[in-house]
Design a protein around this ligand. Structure first.
Ligand SMILES: Cc1cc2nc3c(=O)[nH]c(=O)nc-3n(C[C@H](O)[C@H](O)[C@H](O)COP(=O)(O)OP(=O)(O)OC[C@H]3O[C@@H](n4cnc5c(N)ncnc54)[C@H](O)[C@@H]3O)c2cc1C
Ligand code: FES
Length: 506
């Protein structure tokens, strides 16, 4: 045994179905038991610091409670984002029933891949772009990587904008970066802050707005979406704002002082913004065409709970209504109602930013059709909000606008670009945040046949199974982080209601 190793626990005290947090000095360590072996890793998730022992253990993997970043138990390597790196590992051993862990991380140098003269081009420096940079190196690609993006010197966490920035809890410049700025220089990633204005799939060539021409072996298009404009008459001095990037969030924060706001669209982003505005005591009205928010995704009972939660916190709704005009200080609805508004925030969806691409067909919705390897054409891949991809076990393609899905795509695409053969086998996941409550959504289903709810919906402490054709198509939950962590792995297989409940209940 190494002389500096310290005794941290008794083997008999460690459960196998969850991690156990211990400390060596100030360092938090998570112990994970597999039979008579114990693995020791950093206990705080490398993504945003969640306590990993509160997550799940499933399929030989550790799943983070907050955003379901996933790691192999055997070596801590990364399996699923939004973490973009594996867990720091500490040497450990069991001796006469006592568990010993080294206080120093195990830092064996990574294998040095062979030199490579090829160029990988990534258009879009957002969720997928950052994940692709990390995954290309992780997959052993050692050549040139060019990352072109219009929006950021360093890719940042867009999801914080509608949760913390608009609420005034986080200045726009403090939004966390997705990768340590040093990563880009250490890993020789060429970042160019310029828009891709042309990508010729047949010639394998891209051109940037600053005139740079890039000839590539493989390219990844992950340019996300552009907010859809609102097609209604509006006064020239009406303030209509969108929320897609850090500048937009800053503009909303500035415009909102002592204002009345109307949010158009009861989308996740629209209602997250409503939650932020009420935190700032701003009069907030949501106008949307449907009957109940999120009814298509979650079913009517859960959608109605979201509406009640918002109403209890002072948000007014005009459901079943459209905007017919926007004046300087009001919006006019299609039934003639006039609602005072200094600021209108449009949460009316996005269109994929793909107009610069030639040589492949672009779908009617602006998306790019890809196969399970995220490949659109020889040497061309697409990921994230632009990609129309097949879910496992499904014949049809769809676009899913979720952060973790964009990064899952990017990892699959990057491995294929680096010469491996991997397919998308992930479970879609997103989280949304309203009035200090985080809701998890796993899987994908629209218009569920039945919604089975365990727990107390109105106390926002529940897990709901969205059933389709006798199977669990999706799960929505609040304050059941360990259950959704296990299901994030378990739902890779088809689950009956009983099987899903067993997994959720540990
Ligand atoms: C405010 C907000 C909050 C959100 N919250 C959540 C959440 O809580 N959970 C969740 O799952 N999802 C959330 N989403 C959705 C999630 O952010 C997206 O699904 C995800 O960012 C998609 O990743 P992407 O890489 O495809 O695109 P993006 O992250 O949008 O990145 C695309 C990048 O490409 C750039 N670009 C566009 N055109 C070009 C071009 N021609 N050349 C170069 N660069 C270009 C864009 O400026 C952008 O920086 C949120 C979205 C927003 C806007
Ligand atoms: S904190 Fe672990 S995945 Fe986000």
């Amino acid at each position: 045994m190494h002389p500096t190793m310290q005794k941290v626990a008794r083997l008999a005290e460690l459960a196998e179905d969850r991690g156990t947090r211990v400390k060596i000095g100030d360092t938090p360590i998570m112990l994970v038991r597999e039979g008579d072996t114990v693995h020791a890793y950093t206990a705080d998730c490398p993504h945003a610091g969640a306590p990993l022992e509160k997550g799940g253990i499933c399929n030989g993997r550790i799943v983070c409670p907050w955003h379901k970043g996933t790691f192999e138990i055997s070596d801590g390597s990364l399996v699923e984002p939004p973490a973009l790196q594996g867990l720091t590992r500490y040497a450990s051993l069991v001796d006469e029933g006592d568990v010993y862990v080294s206080p120093e991380p195990d830092e064996s140098p990574p294998a040095r891949p062979a030199a490579d003269a090829s160029t990988m081009f990534i258009a879009g420096a957002g969720a997928a772009g950052a994940a692709a940079c990390a995954a290309l190196r992780e997959a052993g690609f050692n050549g040139r990587i060019v990352l072109a993006g219009t929006d950021a010197k360093i890719p940042y966490d867009r999801t914080a904008l509608s949760k913390f920035v608009v609420a005034g809890d986080m200045p726009p410049d403090d939004v966390p970066p997705l990768l340590d700025p040093a990563f880009f220089s250490e890993q020789r990633i060429e970042r160019i802050e310029s828009q891709a204005v042309r990508l010729d799939a047949a010639k394998k060539q891209a051109e940037l707005a600053d005139g740079t021409i890039i000839d590539y072996e493989a390219a990844l298009v992950c340019t996300g979406g552009i907010p859809k404009p609102m097609d209604v008459p509006r006064a020239p001095d009406a303030r209509v704002l969108f929320l897609r990037n850090r500048d937009d969030a800053g503009a909303i924060v500035e415009a909102l002082e002592n204002s009345k706001a109307v949010i158009v669209g009861a989308s996740f982003i629209g209602l997250e913004v409503a939650s932020c505005l009420r935190k700032r005591k701003i009069d907030t009205v949501v106008v949307a065409p449907g009957k109940i928010p999120f009814a298509t995704q979650f079913g009517e009972r859960i959608g109605a709970m979201f509406k009640r939660l918002h109403e209890a916190n002072g948000v007014s709704f005009r459901m079943g209504r459209n905007i017919s005009a926007i004046e300087r200080d009001a919006v006019i609805l299609d039934d003639g109602e006039r609602i005072a508004a200094d600021v209108v925030i449009a949460g009316t969806g996005v269109k994929p930013a793909t107009s610069f691409i030639t040589g492949i067909p672009i779908a009617d919705d602006g998306g790019i059709d890809v196969d399970a390897r995220l490949c659109a054409a020889p040497g061309l891949y697409a990921a994230g909000d632009v990609a129309r991809f097949p879910l496992p076990r499904s014949q049809t393609r769809l676009r899913i606008e979720h952060w973790r899905v964009a990064q899952q795509h990017a990892r699959v695409a990057a491995y294929n670009m680096a010469g491996k053969r991997v397919e998308y086998e992930g479970v879609p996941y997103f989280w949304t945040y309203h009035f200090e409550k985080r809701f998890d959504y796993l899987g994908h289903v629209s218009d569920p046949d039945e919604v089975v709810i365990d727990g107390d919906l109105d106390a926002q402490k529940f897990i709901a199974y969205l059933m389709k054709d006798g199977e669990v198509g999706a799960v929505v939950a609040c304050e059941r982080e360990d259950a959704t962590a296990r299901l994030a792995e378990g739902m890779r297989a088809t689950l009956t209601l009983d099987a899903a409940r067993n997994l959720a209940n540990g």
